[in-house]
Design a binder for this molecule. Structure first.
Ligand code: ADP
Length: 547
């Protein structure tokens, strides 16, 4: 539409039109003519003119009216329009014309040189105006791009700010973790080293040695618990904690915890505290889909705390069904938590001001880990507690109704674990690359009388199973060089599908448990090996064979 050299001449007099055209034609411009105001507007609606020469005196619509209408066309808002008249030559008409939007006024008869000069000037002006307009447009685009760049820059700055704050928090967290851990790790290690030193001292009597050995055992347990907590927390931080759901017998899991905490309470000098399990009487044999390892972990954590922060009275735990959820609780009659600390204790590193003994060990991570786990499993965790009045921790887990079932009363099979000399006619293979670990297992099993064959590598274990058909059971370590425990188990399965394989996993690496069973192990047992549990698990297979 835009043509800087296209001119419109409007005059009702054909001779005038021709005359103007002849004068201007010499200037290499394109010329349109209109014989009325109406025709002029029609043309101007479609064409962008660089200049319009407009006669004032025309029938129907005069030059002033035409001018007014032309100015209303958006692309002719600023087009130079020169009015021409033989009649309206007085100043008042010139002023009216200028006010209506004309840029100049020419009297008739028109002097050709003046007309050409004016046309030239206004065409140049229009051309410059157009150039200016394109520059303005260009500037507008650049301005928009710049604004967009600035907006992006600001966004990047904001994101960097968030990342920096996150990195600072992570770094602060790492420093706190290091400070906390070096203290927490030193405490049990000191006592392990100290008592181990006393144990090898020939002047210490046997009964004291036994006592010191128990201390070493307790401190080792604490150390192990601590390492698990740190690993677990790092996994949560890295978003690597996975939930593995499978049907779980809840009361069975609770009974196991009852058993182990009965033992722990004696080991930690809390034997006077009564421990009770309260199972929902309406759902004693409940099975539902959940992650048994994580559930056990949270309950253990809460029970551990309950014993840690209780000096007399009772600890009770259990569950009941509440609508579409199962609600667990752990209650104690301990020191409680002050109201102002209750909201804080689920945050990491937060330890309430209730430590009556500044040496009560703890990292302040346990509850934060438990909260994360429960939330990952779709539940909620909370506490009701007052200083000196004990604490009640509750957490819920969603119940997928389709996954709920009950199990029939189990057939009670007891395996006698007083196996002194009972397995003299049995042979087991222990696959273990660490000599100390092997020696420990050998000592643990000495009284049972079982015959032990030692495979120091995974491939050796396969060869030995081939060579010794009398082997009744395999205790398989996972982490061994070259052929690992999983590969070895698969090979052994092919050679002797009926041979029971108990896989030993590191407790801290929970993925091992699921993999152990998937890879063909009959059972898994966690390291450090608990003697009673090992004997019970082995009895399940060795005593069965005898039956
Ligand atoms: P910690 O390793 O310090 O026990 P947790 O995260 O398990 O860390 O607990 C955070 C804090 O909550 C504890 O330091 C303690 O002050 C308080 N707490 C947790 N459980 C109990 C409880 N059963 N009775 C009283 N205080 C508790």
């Amino acid at each position: 539409m835009e043509n800087p050299h296209r001119i419109l001449i409007v005059d009702d007099n054909k001779a005038n039109l021709l005359g103007f055209k002849t004068i201007i034609n010499m200037m290499l411009v394109e010329i349109d003519t209109a014989a009325s105001g109406f025709e002029a507007i029609r043309l101007a609606e479609k064409i962008q003119y660089a200049l319009i020469l407009l006669d004032i005196q025309m029938p129907d619509m005069d030059g002033f009216e035409t001018l007014e209408k032309l100015r209303q066309l958006p692309h002719h808002e600023y087009t130079p329009i020169i009015l021409i008249s033989a009649v309206y030559t007085e100043d008042q008409y010139k002023i009216k014309g200028i006010k209506t939007g004309a840029v100049d006024f020419l009297p008739k008869p028109v002097n050709p040189d003046i007309l050409r000069a004016k046309v030239r000037v206004f065409l140049d002006l229009e051309e410059n105006r157009n150039k200016l307009n394109s520059l303005v447009e260009e500037l507008k685009i650049k301005n928009r791009l710049l604004t967009e760049e600035i907006r992006k820059g600001e966004q990047i700055t904001r994101e960097l700010e968030i990342a920096r704050a996150k990195a600072e928090r992570a770094s602060e967290y790492k420093s706190r973790l290091l400070v906390n851990m070096s203290h927490e790790i030193r405490t049990p290690v000191n006592s392990i080293l100290g008592f181990a030193d006393l144990i090898i001292n020939p002047s210490v009597c046997t009964s004291d040695k036994e006592k010191y050995l128990r201390y070493v055992g307790n401190s080792s347990q604490n150390l192990l618990f601590l390492i698990d907590e740190i690993l677990e927390h790092s996994r949560l931080e890295a978003g690597e904690l996975k939930i593995n759901v499978s049907p779980v017998e809840i009361s069975g899991l609770c009974s196991e915890l009852l058993d182990s905490f009965e033992t722990i309470k004696w080991q930690t000098g809390k034997e006077k505290i009564e421990l009770k399990l309260e199972i929902d009487p309406a759902h004693p044999n409940l099975i539902f889909n959940t992650d048994s390892h994580r559930l056990r972990q949270v309950l253990s954590n809460l029970l551990n705390n309950a014993f840690k922060y209780t000096h007399s009275g009772a600890v009770s735990f259990g569950y009941h069904l509440a609508g579409a959820e199962i609600e667990f609780f752990v209650k104690d009659t301990g020191i409680g938590v002050a109201d102002e600390d209750v909201a804080q204790i689920f945050n990491r590193f937060k330890r309430a001001d209730n430590q009556d003994d500044i040496n009560t060990s703890g990292t302040g991570l346990g509850l934060s880990i438990s909260k994360n786990i429960i939330e990952l499993m779709g539940g909620k965790i909370w506490v009701t507690s007052h200083a000196g009045e004990g604490s009640e921790f509750h957490f819920t887990l969603p119940l997928d109704q389709s996954s709920i079932s009950t199990y029939p009363e189990p057939e009670i099979i007891t395996y006698d674990v007083h196996v002194d000399s009972e397995w003299q006619d049995k042979t087991i293979l222990i696959a273990e690359d660490e000599q100390l670990n092997f020696l420990l297992l050998q000592e643990t099993l000495r009284l049972s009388g079982v015959r032990i064959i030692w495979a120091k590598t995974g491939s050796e274990s396969i060869d030995l199973v081939n060579a010794h058909p009398e082997i009744d059971l395999v205790l398989m370590d996972i982490r061994m060089p070259e052929v690992d425990g999983y590969q070895a188990t698969r090979m052994i399965r092919e050679i002797r599908p009926d041979l029971p394989v108990i896989i030993q996993t590191a407790y801290a690496l929970s993925d091992d448990r699921n993999k152990s069973l998937k890879e063909g192990g009959d059972e898994y047992i966690t390291k450090p090996i608990n003697r009673l549990l090992l004997l019970k698990t082995m009895a399940k297979y060795l005593n069965k064979q005898a039956m």
